[in-house]
Design a protein around this ligand. Structure first.
Ligand SMILES: *Cc1c(COP(=O)(O)O)cnc(C)c1O
Ligand SMILES: [Zn+2]
Length: 431
């Protein structure tokens, strides 16, 4: 078939034809990215096409990823494996925005995707390309959400999936999905970074298709988060995007997509990107703040397990995107994450801990004067609240003391006798 895009090395610029061979890295070792032939595209026509597809039924264009097909992967419709992902809501942040002193903050809830996280956006593009490459088995290392997504999409495609997860410490909602969707789940000794290392060796040795975000096609699907937000905002560009950072694929995707829209004239301004990391897993923050070389964090630790990553594979792409967008990197503590989560949850929105770094980080950046409190901003809530019920319940029960987290905004259940007087006593403050 006609090759409409290339893979380009971000280090040496070497180019590879996208469907000729399975390749995740350049022969020089550099990361690869998809290079679209932007000259071939007309921004105005593209925007019109995307508008016309909004709300369309029974088509690949009903997907909030494939609606933007021209900038994702221009492949035949019959090779697309989709669960009509995306089309997630963009909420006013309410009390969560007030807490951050950023009233014009909106929250894009990617936890409303089919398997409960934004990972579905990159999975539909990654697995569809795997079909073109005739792969039948796919694999990933995961802190949980990638495995849940991959197992589901693999089941839909009729593929086998192999999942490498760090032993213990994976949130139950995510583990249950991986098992239930039928992924061959291997718990390895070691942390996510060890699992990531191992899965790369396994995939090249056993000829299995790798679906981590080192796979450049995953990044392409994830760009659609930004596209969809802008379309929901009638293409009015916010001042800021705020996003959590773990393996750093998602912020890479966001900045790449924005740069493409800008060079096509679809947007006329580049929003700044703020990447938020947990203090216990903050290699990008350390590098950015101290203007030093990248140094992995040895034993990453945070309650936000989705971003508990010490050696993120996409850090070079990520830092480049931060430079493009005049972005910033911030870190937040365990207490800040869980307090922000309590506010996101109590706003009636709800998200898993890693997602709530967005609100914790927004608060800090407003306090520091980096983000002015009358700015417009969109925070990306990456995962669903139900992914990690233990974190939520333990916070509200005040059971996170050993992590140094106090249940500051807790809403603990009360045990009462089953009579009307006891009820009256219990609710007297709220009625
Ligand atoms: C994967 C994930 C992240 C981190 O995204 P990266 O692309 O690895 O930086 C953040 N939050 C949730 C809920 C995730 O599943
Ligand atoms: Zn190279």
């Amino acid at each position: 078939m006609e090759v409409k895009f290339l893979l380009r090395c971000i280090e040496c610029g070497n180019e590879y034809k996208a469907y000729k061979e399975v390749r995740y890295k350049c022969s020089c070792g550099g990361l690869l990215e998809v290079k679209h032939n932007l000259e071939r595209l007309n921004g105005k026509k593209l925007k019109e096409a995307w508008e016309a597809r909004w709300g369309i039924r029974n088509s690949v264009f009903s997907s909030g990823v494939w609606r933007y097909k021209e900038l994702i992967a221009d492949i035949p419709d019959d090779s697309i494996i989709t669960k009509l992902e995306g089309n997630t809501r963009l909420y006013d942040s309410g009390p969560a925005g007030e807490y951050a002193n950023l009233k014009k903050l909106k929250l894009k809830h990617e936890g409303e995707n089919p398997t409960g996280s934004f990972k579905d956006r990159g999975m539909t593009s990654g697995i569809s390309i795997s079909k073109l490459l005739n792969a039948k088995t796919v694999a990933c290392a995961s802190t949980g959400n990638t495995s849940a997504s991959m197992a589901s999409y693999a089941a839909k495609a009729g593929y086998k999936s192999i999942i490498f997860i760090p032993s213990g410490k994976i949130a139950y909602g995510k583990l249950s999905q991986a098992l239930a969707y039928g992924g061959k789940t291997l718990q390895i000794e070691g942390n996510f970074d060890d699992a990531m290392q191992l899965v790369q060796e396994v995939c090249s040795e056993l000829n299995i298709y790798l679906l981590n975000s080192i796979n450049p096609f995953r990044i392409e699907g994830q760009k659609a988060i930004g596209f969809e937000i802008l379309q929901q905002l009638e293409w009015n560009v916010p001042d800021w995007f705020i996003i959590p950072g773990g393996n750093l694929g998602n912020n890479t995707a966001l900045s790449k997509g924005l740069m493409e829209l800008y060079s096509l004239g679809i947007i006329n301004k580049i929003p700044r990107i703020a990447v938020i990391q947990a203090r216990g897993a903050n290699p990008l923050y350390e590098m950015w703040k101290n203007k030093t070389f990248f140094k992995p964090v040895k034993d990453p630790d945070t309650i936000a397990t989705a971003i508990k990553i010490g050696n993120p594979v996409s850090w070079k792409k990520s830092i480049r995107g931060i430079e493009w967008t005049d972005g910033v990197v911030e870190e937040v503590t365990e207490q800040e994450i869980m307090d922000a989560k309590a506010k996101v949850d109590a706003s009636g929105i709800g998200a898993e801990p890693a997602s709530c770094c967005v609100v914790a980080g927004a608060k800090k950046l407003v306090e520091a004067g980096t983000i002015s409190s009358d700015s417009s901003a969109v925070g990306i809530l990456t995962g669903n609240m139900l992914k990690d019920p233990d974190a939520t319940v333990n916070y509200h029960l005040g059971n996170l003391k050993q992590r140094g987290i106090d249940g500051k905004f807790k809403n603990a259940p009360e045990n009462i006798k089953s009579d009307i007087e006891s009820v009256k006593k219990a609710v007297k403050d709220i009625i």
